[in-house]
Design a protein around this ligand. Structure first.
Ligand SMILES: Nc1ncnc2c1ncn2[C@@H]1O[C@H](COP(=O)(O)OP(=O)(O)OP(=O)(O)O)[C@@H](O)[C@H]1O
Length: 274
């Protein structure tokens, strides 16, 4: 399903942006900046794809938007509140993250991992109520991993594990979903399954996802933000951002941008490195 209708401009005095990076700078080591002055405002209900070359700072920006890293300059607002001032539980209630492949904990089953997504909703004694367990089960059903529930994570294929991680993020039931390369390890059928599932959720959630496939970004995002060397190089709807100049300047590739009349979105034919 193409999802390129831009979210309507927020009228003055309406709800705050779901996420707002205000002039964010960050470096893992002093004197070695990874992000420089990044401005990014994501409105509620938008689906934004973050694209760019390896190492340009996409995952780092996602971690900052999730409040898992603190900016060295600027600030990140989540639902209008400074992420640095929100506790871990409150952040987890507001933002769910599907991280790039993390090593599985030995012996942990898929069900146990997905149930961890409910931690922010547990009572003071850490008990999981029946309704919470039902939410975790529903997340597994939506991600198509019910039959994997009792398998240890280390015994799953990369693609199966990726879908379990998606179920974990869905189980968190947060209004903002951040996905770091959600299609990694997946065959083409499962890539589309996951992106269609995300599109379904995106109808009521705010989604920011790191994608390497520009064609997927053009098809499934309302807006594409391209990073180059830690700064925003392009930001706008796919038909404005996906251009031959983007392929050349951001990705270092010569290619053609074509238009898919059926989907109504641009797509790329890549020719050669520049
Ligand atoms: N934990 C870390 N400690 C130190 N440097 C890091 C750490 N994580 C990432 N970096 C560095 O920060 C830079 C940006 O990394 P990041 O993972 O954000 O890039 P990316 O755009 O997501 O890359 P990719 O497309 O390869 O996943 C890279 O130079 C990387 O080596």
């Amino acid at each position: 399903m193409p999802r390129n209708d831009p979210a309507p401009d927020a009228p003055a005095g309406s709800a705050p942006a779901a996420l707002h990076a205000e002039g964010v700078g960050f470096g893992y080591d002093a004197g070695n900046p990874v992000l420089r002055g990044v401005h990014l405002e994501v409105r509620q209900g938008e689906t934004v794809a973050l694209v760019g070359r390896n190492g340009c700072g996409k995952s780092t920006l996602l971690r900052l938007l999730a409040g898992a890293l603190r900016p060295t300059s600027g600030r990140v607002l989540v639902g209008g509140d400074d992420a640095a001032r929100l506790g871990r539980r409150e952040l987890a209630r507001r933002v769910a993250v599907l991280h790039q492949a993390l090593p599985p904990v030995p012996g942990m089953t898929a069900r146990q991992l997905v149930r961890q997504g409910r931690f922010a909703h547990r009572g003071v004694l850490g008990m999981l109520r029946d309704t919470e367990d039902a939410t975790a089960r529903e997340a597994m059903r939506r991600a198509g991993v019910e039959e994997l529930a009792d398998r240890p994570l280390e015994a799953l294929s990369g693609g199966e594990r990726q879908r379990v991680r998606l179920a974990l993020a869905l189980a968190q039931d947060a209004p903002v979903l951040l996905l770091d390369e959600p299609t990694t390890y997946l065959d083409v059928r499962h890539q589309l399954d996951v992106l269609e599932l995300v599109a379904e959720f995106a109808e009521r959630l705010t989604v920011v996802m790191v994608l390497h496939e520009l064609d997927h970004a053009a098809r499934y995002a309302d807006r594409i933000v391209a990073l180059r060397e830690g700064a925003v190089a392009a930001d706008g709807p796919p038909r404005e951002v996906v251009r031959e100049s983007l392929l050349r300047d951001v990705f270092g590739v010569r290619g053609r941008v074509l238009h898919d009349d059926r989907l109504g979105t641009p797509y790329c034919r890549l020719d050669a490195p520049v």
